[in-house]
Design a binder for this molecule. Structure first.
Ligand code: ADP
Ligand code: MG
Length: 308
């Protein structure tokens, strides 16, 4: 067992160190410009209150204030990511609280906006498409004019008709959808982009699944629906009439716009939709085309193949 005296001596030495350190930190805190400014504007704060709250003042001093020491939300150096300390005084007492910082607010806004564009099977470059990157190619002039017309209407609310873009492969039709989705996002309008062939496959594969109805409801109710590459994939009359038909019917009644891209004009698409495994049904195909016309405007897109 250690003699009591040496233990005591050690304790005294440590304690002295502690005292010294404490005084040093206190000096550092009180002499820092921001704490000086704070105490200067609150002369009612007593020395005793300062001593009592030295830890709070130290914490305040050590944290980044409204991102002044952070380069991004991800690299936030504060104790609680994205929160900035605030000192205030009530009845002569010092209080420390936290508020959201600028970067956190921006981050949350971005997260919320990202949710506004949903997609199924769409390539990343399409989801990053920007309207400002679309060059003014004369051959695509009509399509661009229609897009701008749609966008101009947005400030008065959502127009009841989208656009049916049709034209050859690689001219940028799908890119247009992505660019429009990103404009809608700025108006806080939600959209859903779906690659049609995969969509048909997915619905078919989950016929017995309860989630089908939920999905279909989402396609019915989303502000703007975008169906990419509608064409020859509908070998099932059930899909054509019960799924696509009912989604379009609902949106037509609710005046909710739909955008499409296709390699086929509406006349050509009509012939494509006629023939399913159940035979040739001209009237049923025409009914779908009528609904497409109710929810969108047919616009051709020409120009060079951008995939080359
Ligand atoms: P389509 O749907 O008509 O077949 P896409 O929209 O897929 O054509 O466009 C073909 C390729 O060209 C894609 O890789 C797309 O990202 C690119 N692209 C199209 N338009 C633009 C544009 N304005 N700026 C940059 N890339 C574009
Ligand atoms: Mg495409």
């Amino acid at each position: 067992m250690e003699p009591v005296q040496s233990t005591l001596k050690k304790w005294m030495a440590n304690n002295k160190n502690f005292q010294e350190q404490y005084e040093e930190i206190k000096k550092e805190v009180i002499n820092s410009a921001e704490i000086k400014a704070f105490l200067g504007s609150h002369p009612e704060i007593t020395k005793k209150e300062i001593d009592k709250n030295l830890i709070k003042l130290y914490e305040y001093k050590s944290q980044s204030k409204q991102c002044d020491r952070c380069e991004s939300f991800e690299k936030c150096t504060n104790m609680i990511q994205g929160y900035s300390p605030v000192l205030h005084v009530t009845d002569g007492e010092i209080h420390l609280s936290y508020e959201k910082c600028h970067l956190r607010r921006a981050h949350e806004k971005e997260q919320a906006q990202r949710k506004l564009v949903q997609s199924l099977y769409m390539p990343k470059d399409i989801l990053q498409a920007s309207i400002t990157d679309i060059d003014n190619d004369e051959k695509r002039g009509k399509a661009l004019a229609e897009m701008n017309h749609f966008i101009r209407q947005l400030k008065n609310g959502l127009p009841p008709k989208g656009i049916y873009f049709y034209g050859p492969f690689g001219v940028g039709k799908t890119y247009f959808l992505g660019a429009i989705a990103n404009v809608l996002k700025q108006f806080e309008i939600s959209s859903m982009l779906i690659y049609m062939p995969e969509f048909v496959r997915e619905i078919r594969a989950s016929i017995k699944d309860d989630s089908i109805n939920k999905k279909i409801d989402a396609f019915k109710n989303i502000d703007v629906l975008m169906l990419d590459d509608i064409g020859a994939e509908m070998q099932s009359a059930w899909f054509r009439d019960e799924i696509l038909g009912s989604i379009l019917q609902y949106r037509m009644m609710e005046k909710l716009p739909v955008f499409f891209t296709s390699n086929y004009s509406l006349d050509q698409l009509s012939s494509e939709l006629e023939t399913t495994r159940d035979g040739v049904e001209t009237v049923k195909a025409k009914r779908i085309i009528e609904r497409i016309k109710q929810v969108s405007k047919e616009v051709p897109v020409f120009g060079k193949n951008r995939r080359n």
